[in-house]
Design a protein around this ligand. Structure first.
Ligand code: SF4
Length: 207
C-alpha cells in the first residue's frame, strides 16, 4: 500500500519498551516506543522501509493510542518515544489529553543524525547548525548504522549507487571530528563506539 495513504486514523506498526535507544532514553525499563506506519518524505534509502513506504499495523482511535502510551508507562518505560510521527501530529494531539490525564511528562532535547556515506559535507553543516542555533550543550547521537535499504541497490539502472554501501570508519571519525570542532561535547557514547567498529574503507557495494 502507498505509504502516504494515512487517513483519519494513525496506523501503529508496533509499540514496546525499546532497549536499543540511547542510554538516557532506555534507562533500565526501556523507552516506550510507538512506531507509526507511513511517512510523507519517502526517502529511497529509508531504514524503516517496510513501515514507512508500506503500511503495516493497526489503525488506532485516539482512545486506543492513549491506551498504548499508558500501557507503556505501566510497564515502567521512562518516556514515550514516537517514531516517524510527523504525518500523524493531529491524531497524536487528539490522544494526548487522555494520556496526560494518567501521564507523567518529561522534557529534553536529543538530536539524532544518521551519518550518510559520502555526504560528510552535509553532516558538517548540520552539526554547525546544531552548535550555533541549539547550543554546544545539545545531546547529539551521531548514528553509525546506515545500511543500503529500501530502493537503494535494487537495480542496476537506478540503484542510487552513491549510497549503496555501509559507512566507513574514517567517515564516522570525520563526523566526530566535526562535532569536536564545533564544541559539541555531548555525543552519544554507544553510537560513537559502534562508529569506531566500522570497516576502515568503504565496503564494496552489495556486501
Ligand atoms: S528515512 Fe525517515 S523521513 Fe525518510 S521515509 Fe524513512 S521514516 Fe520517512
Amino acid at each position: 500500500m502507498d505509504g502516504s495513504a494515512i487517513g483519519r486514523q494513525a496506523v501503529v506498526a508496533s509499540h514496546f519498551p525499546h532497549f536499543g535507544e540511547e542510554n538516557c532514553l532506555r534507562g533500565w525499563n526501556g523507552s516506550g516506543t510507538i512506531f507509526f506506519s507511513g511517512c510523507n518524505l519517502r526517502c529511497v534509502f529509508c531504514q524503516n522501509f517496510g513501515i514507512s513506504w508500506q503500511l503495516h499495523g493497526q489503525p488506532v482511535t485516539p482512545k486506543r493510542l492513549a491506551a498504548m502510551m499508558l500501557q507503556l508507562q505501566d510497564r515502567g518505560c521512562h518516556n514515550i518515544n514516537f517514531v516517524t510521527p510527523e504525518h500523524v501530529v493531529p491524531q497524536i494531539l487528539q490522544a494526548l489529553p487522555t494520556a496526560i490525564d494518567g501521564g507523567l511528562a518529561h522534557r529534553g532535547l536529543l538530536v539524532r543524525h544518521l551519518v550518510m556515506p559520502g555526504m560528510l559535507d552535509e553532516t558538517r553543516e548540520i552539526l554547525r547548525f546544531v552548535a550555533a542555533e541549539l547550543g554546544t550543550g545539545t545531546y547529539v547521537d551521531l548514528m553509525a548504522q546506515y545500511h543500503p535499504a529500501g530502493l537503494v541497490g535494487r537495480n542496476q539502472r537506478d540503484g542510487y549507487h552513491e549510497i549503496d554501501r555501509q559507512l566507513a570508519r574514517d567517515e564516522y571519525e570525520l563526523a566526530a571530528r566535526f562535532a569536536d570542532e564545533f564544541g559539541l561535547t555531548r555525543l552519544d557514547r554507544r553510537s560513537r563506539a559502534s562508529g569506531l567498529q566500522l570497516p576502515a574503507a568503504p565496503a564494496p557495494a552489495g556486501t
